[in-house]
Design a protein around this ligand. Structure first.
Ligand code: SF4
Length: 271
């Protein structure tokens, strides 16, 4: 029986990897990752996933788009520009499909065809809906899933710092170790991108021009830029760790107004 850990490079997936290896031993454990272009995956995320893999004595198994090497990978904006679309048929993000879901299902078809495996995800107990959706989606393909952070009663680790591994520095600004400039993220995320990665912000704005749709519902990055500039000049903190209602209420107190605060859906990128 293979134990396949969806090993995203985020802190939760690292905890899952450690729990699974501690419970089952490492022989049948696979740390499955989709490497992300270093243009949009912080170097410290790469450091983190490698350090955890080294701690476990396991290699990282990569299932990359098109089987490409790390230095050839397109970023999320390259893939949507190539397809001239932000979404695929059912409304899910095209970048998720191209960079993650398709390589993942391709890897499973080649390496776990007999379905004699369990696939592990890093959702926690507050993410019941995501667990339900993921369980159903994978069960429809004949795969079993498990969620150690939500469902295992006997846990052995709560933070990687307990084994001397610092979480990625990306968490200083962002809540997730997702692509910087996530195409599923909302204004708070894009405000940070505007401040810390202006060239990436411009690349995404150009993609909106070319594709003819906006990343954030009903407002383009070019329209948001003057507001972000005012926020930056006013010293609004670059952080996704401030709850969004409070974040935008504080912005409003500075006399900078935005339309209704959006409802940000969780990113479905789980690998
Ligand atoms: S993390 Fe965001 S940008 Fe990256 S593939 Fe997922 S949805 Fe797309």
């Amino acid at each position: 029986m293979k134990h396949i850990v969806c090993y995203s490079g985020g802190h939760s997936s690292a905890l899952v990897a450690i729990e699974v290896v501690r419970r089952f031993g490492k022989e049948q454990v696979v740390l499955l990752n989709h490497d992300i272009s270093s243009k949009v995956e912080h170097q410290d995320v790469k450091r983190f996933k490698q350090e955890v893999a080294d701690y476990l004595g396991l290699p990282i198994t990569y299932a990359n788009i098109g089987g490409l090497a790390a230095d050839e990978l397109p970023d999320q904006i390259d893939v949507v520009l190539k397809a001239k679309a932000f979404k695929v048929g059912s409304g899910t993000e095209l970048c998720t499909a191209r960079l993650k879901t398709e390589p993942f299902m391709g890897w499973l078809a080649q390496n776990a065809e007999d379905k004699n495996c369990v696939i592990y995800y890093g959702f926690d107990a507050n993410e019941r809906h995501r667990i339900q959706r993921r369980s159903s989606a994978m069960a429809a393909h004949g795969y079993r899933t498990d969620y150690p952070l939500a469902l295992w009663t006997k846990r052995t680790i709560g933070q990687t710092i307990e084994v001397g591994i610092n979480p990625p520095m990306q968490y200083d600004y962002f809540k997730h170790a997702n692509c910087i400039g996530c195409l599923k993220a909302g204004r708070q995320h894009w405000y940070i991108v505007y401040c810390v990665r202006p060239k990436l912000y411009e690349k995404a704005a150009k993609a909106e021009d070319e594709i003819g749709y906006t990343i954030i519902n009903d407002v383009s990055l070019r329209e948001l830029a003057p507001m972000f500039e005012r926020m930056k000049n006013a010293g609004v903190p670059m952080s996704e760790h401030i709850p969004q209602q409070r974040f935008w209420a504080d912005v409003k107190k500075l006399g900078i107004h935005i339309d209704d605060v959006e409802v940000v859906k969780p990113c479905e990128c789980v690998l």
